[in-house]
Write a protein that binds this ligand. Structure first.
Ligand code: ZN
Length: 360
């Protein structure tokens, strides 16, 4: 389910998708202030719909959405200050109650000053008139400690200047942008889902399904008989279907079994590269990554090995599920399949004769 960057297949989790769709309602609530449904929410709940952290006393769908949103912020699935007011003329931004600085509401940061405020719902424009800060405290002398806090607050917000544009909203994930379900879903999945190691290799020369197949090889997530029995499936026998001599592990099927070893030997002679004897996928990848060659040559070899692995596994399945493929034709099929993949996806042109005689 993880994203490509985290080594997965970028499928995404339903939980993140569901939460993102709920967040879309919040975003619409902020943008559609005059819509009937938004006014109904405001009439039932508090004016800001609970987005400022105020507690909703009435249960229902909106309350459930707000609770899910708050929970996501608490467990780190979403940034705590994901909703940010963008300052324009400052008329619709509640000075103390909106996150317009990007670091949370001022009422939480300067609680003592907030208690001294006479108009708790005052706007930013109310507090900054004609470029000058103007305050309204509920007593004349706010005391030295509060004056010190006020100086700190003014240092914090001193750079803010109002414009003639209307205020707007931002959805701040990694950067300050407008809300999208896709971005939000990706962000939540990145927080919730563990990264996968080893990563998926998306090599363009081979089909997508083969890249996924090789990724499953790297993770040892293949449905070999041993792996199936480990998952408590009733398997009559766990021996290799080709040789019936060893336990059918992934390592045995793809590298150790007679037919795999024979195909690998013939492939090594065909590509004319001094390939070491690999006993598992990780060894091949380590060797391949260290192999100093031109990129197109590396792409060709990777394509051939991918075709080799795919054919070994397809042959194994054919033995179990349908009349087995002819062993004698396997190597020819590897040559043709790898040519077909590379010639249709690779960057350099190659003819069938060239591929047969000297593929790399
Ligand atoms: Zn075998």
């Amino acid at each position: 389910m993880e994203s490509f960057d985290n080594g997965g297949l970028n499928v995404g989790s339903l939980r993140a998708f569901n939460l993102s769709l709920m967040c879309k309602w919040l975003w619409c609530f902020l943008g559609q202030t005059s819509a009937i449904w938004a006014n109904v929410v405001k009439a039932i709940h508090v004016e800001f719909g609970g987005l400022d952290g105020s507690k909703l006393t009435c249960s229902g769908i909106w309350s459930n959405i707000i609770n899910a949103f708050n929970k996501a912020k608490q467990d780190g699935s979403l940034p705590s200050n994901v909703i940010r007011a963008k300052v324009g003329d400052g008329k619709s931004i509640r000075f103390w109650l909106y996150n317009w600085r990007g670091d949370g509401m001022l009422k939480n940061k300067y609680r003592r000053l907030y208690h001294l405020e006479t108009d708790k719902n005052c706007s930013l424009a109310d507090r900054k008139e004609n470029g000058v800060w103007s305050w309204s405290w509920n007593r004349n002398d706010i005391g030295d400690r509060n004056r010190s806090l006020l100086n700190e607050l003014m240092l914090n917000i001193g750079s803010i200047s109002l414009s003639n544009n209307s205020d707007s909203w931002g959805w701040v994930l990694d950067n300050d942008t407008a809300f999208t379900v896709a971005d939000t879903r990706t962000y939540i999945d990145t927080c919730l889902l563990p990264s996968v190691n080893p990563f998926t290799r998306w090599v363009k020369c081979v089909p997508r399904k083969i890249n996924i197949l090789l990724w499953r090889v790297a993770l040892d997530k293949f449905p070999t008989r041993l792996n199936l029995s480990r998952r408590c499936l009733e398997i009559q026998q766990i021996g290799c279907v080709s040789c019936n001599y060893c336990v059918e592990t992934l390592k045995h099927v793809l590298f150790d079994c007679n037919i795999a070893a024979d195909l690998l030997r013939r492939t090594r002679m065909w590509v004319d590269v001094d390939l070491p004897i690999f006993s598992e996928w990780a060894e091949w990848i380590a060797w391949f990554d260290d192999w100093r060659e031109r990129m197109d040559v590396k792409d060709k070899l990777y394509t051939i090995v991918a075709a080799l692995i795919w054919h070994i596994w397809t042959y194994r399945n054919s033995v179990i599920f349908r009349p087995p493929m002819k062993k004698l034709l396997l190597f020819d099929s590897i040559c043709f399949t790898s040519f077909s993949w590379y010639s249709s996806r690779g960057k350099s042109n190659v003819t069938w004769n060239e591929w047969l005689i000297k593929p790399l």
